[in-house]
Design a binder for this molecule. Structure first.
Ligand code: 5CA
Ligand code: ZN
Length: 421
């Protein structure tokens, strides 16, 4: 489906490094892309579009945007895929409650999200894929899993059957989250699973295909009429748009179990590749007054509301990246006020008027050093606070040269995605 417009990304002199990134499955930093490849590939779990994007969503997508920008700066071609989970219980329930057609609700909220992502200057995915558009392809994948003994039917009265993955087929299951059986069971129940469904072989086995039920959306498919389960959508989109192995599987921390554990397991079943993902990357949780910001709780600060209230998107962006992406942290007015102040200081200190015709960076070793510090910081698990500190110091160090201004403005725009006024 349609993505959003691509922001302009200034090209910088020299070359950045491929970032090391914290792999949450290994618990250590690894190279975020293959050393000898020309491309880098990333799958980031997309939104379930039943409400506008909040600061938690924005922070998560911004983290991966920093990585993509660092890859581009390192000279890589990037292929980026993201889903839209437009066929899912919470969305269907919301549509039911409000009497809105579920497709209309999904399209409306996806459009709000596109606008927000564009206003925050996020690089758009090359493959932006709605589940409703690939339901049949997902069923086909379910059939492949069933034929190879990785999935089994569970009968349904007056319909069906449903199809479930058989996790016992996957010898490597559990290696993303490394959780004990009790915790897996609890998290599975908490996060959309159905441990008590009668007829399953194991409580954790996840749904792949749900047979048509009255009043629910359905598609014709090789598995009969029905709709896709959750985790398999991400496996199918990643495998078909990126191929395996791909470099990064990304999302918020709340997705590491069961979602990423399950979708990687499905990928193994579909492709036979033991390690279909280079690194699992998870972002910290954004909260409000100490509680996770979430659509289901309703404690939201929306990007669109802040922009409507007059906050420049660049300040929102700078506020969200002023802390490290893996930190659980609160969104606060103070954070935004500090970023607004910083943006003003940068814009004033790096006024662009006189940079025309100047060789970028020439005669300003401090600006060149600032760019290198920013690159080094971002190459170390996307340390955006350290990259921002490097700019702060440059701006505070006195009147810069015109060439230095051009270089540092370019670095701020290209690496941090912040455009100065
Ligand atoms: N559609 C699924 C993924 S396939 C989904 O989780 N959708 S979502 O709309 O609930 O979340 C979209 C992304 O935002 C996910 O990566 C999720 O982990 C992340 N996210 C949601 N809430 C927060 C939060 N409070 N802080 C940080 N990230 C969050
Ligand atoms: Zn996902």
């Amino acid at each position: 489906m349609r993505s959003w417009p691509r922001p302009e990304i200034p090209l910088l002199p020299g070359k950045g490094q491929i970032p090391a990134i914290h792999d949450s499955a290994l618990g250590e930093k690894v190279a975020s892309a293959q050393p000898d490849a020309t491309t880098a590939t990333i799958y980031v779990c997309g939104i379930t579009p039943y409400d506008a994007a909040h600061m938690g969503h924005a922070a998560t997508y911004l983290a991966f945007d920093l990585l993509i920008r660092a890859w581009i700066d390192a000279g890589r071609q990037v292929t980026y895929a993201q889903c839209v989970t437009d066929v899912d219980d919470p969305l269907l329930e919301r549509a039911e409650q409000t009497g809105q057609d579920w497709r209309e609700l999904a399209e409306e909220q996806t459009e709000v999200f596109r606008r927000e992502m564009a206003s925050l200057h996020l690089v758009p995915p090359d493959h932006y894929v709605a589940v409703a558009d690939i339901a049949e392809q997902i069923a086909q994948a379910g059939l492949v899993l069933q034929e190879s003994g990785w999935a089994y039917p569970v009968p349904v009265d007056d319909a069906g059957p449903d199809l479930y993955a058989d996790l016992s087929a996957d010898q490597l299951f559990g290696q993303v989250a490394h959780l004990d059986a009790k915790t897996m069971d609890e998290l599975f129940a908490e996060r959309g699973g159905d441990p008590d469904r009668v007829g399953k072989r194991h409580r954790l086995d996840p749904l792949l295909w749900r047979a048509r039920r009255p009043g629910e959306p359905w598609w014709d498919s090789p598995l009969g009429q029905g709709r896709p389960g959750w985790h398999i959508e991400c496996s199918v989109i990643a495998a078909s748009r990126l191929g395996v192995p791909f470099d990064i599987q990304g999302g918020g921390k709340d997705l590491f179990f069961p979602h990423h554990e399950m979708s990687i397991s499905h990928l193994r079943g579909l492709t036979g590749v033991a390690s279909p993902v280079g690194a699992h990357v998870h972002t910290g949780v954004i909260g409000l007054d100490g509680t996770k910001m979430s659509k289901s709780l309703g404690n939201l600060v929306l990007v669109s509301d802040l922009v409507a209230a007059g906050s420049p998107p660049a300040a929102i962006r700078l506020a969200l990246i002023s802390q490290h992406y893996r930190l659980d942290r609160d969104w606060t007015d103070t954070l935004l006020a500090e970023a607004t102040q910083r943006l003003a200081a940068w814009s004033e200190g790096l006024a662009a008027a006189s940079d025309e015709g100047v060789d970028v960076g020439e005669g300003d070793p401090q600006a060149v050093a600032t760019l290198e510090r920013m690159r080094t910081a971002l190459a170390d698990d996307l340390d955006s606070p350290a990259a921002i500190a490097a700019v702060d110091e440059y701006v505070a160090s006195g009147p810069p040269t015109p060439g230095g201004v051009a270089l540092v403005r370019g670095a701020i725009g290209g690496l941090l995605g912040v455009e100065l006024g």
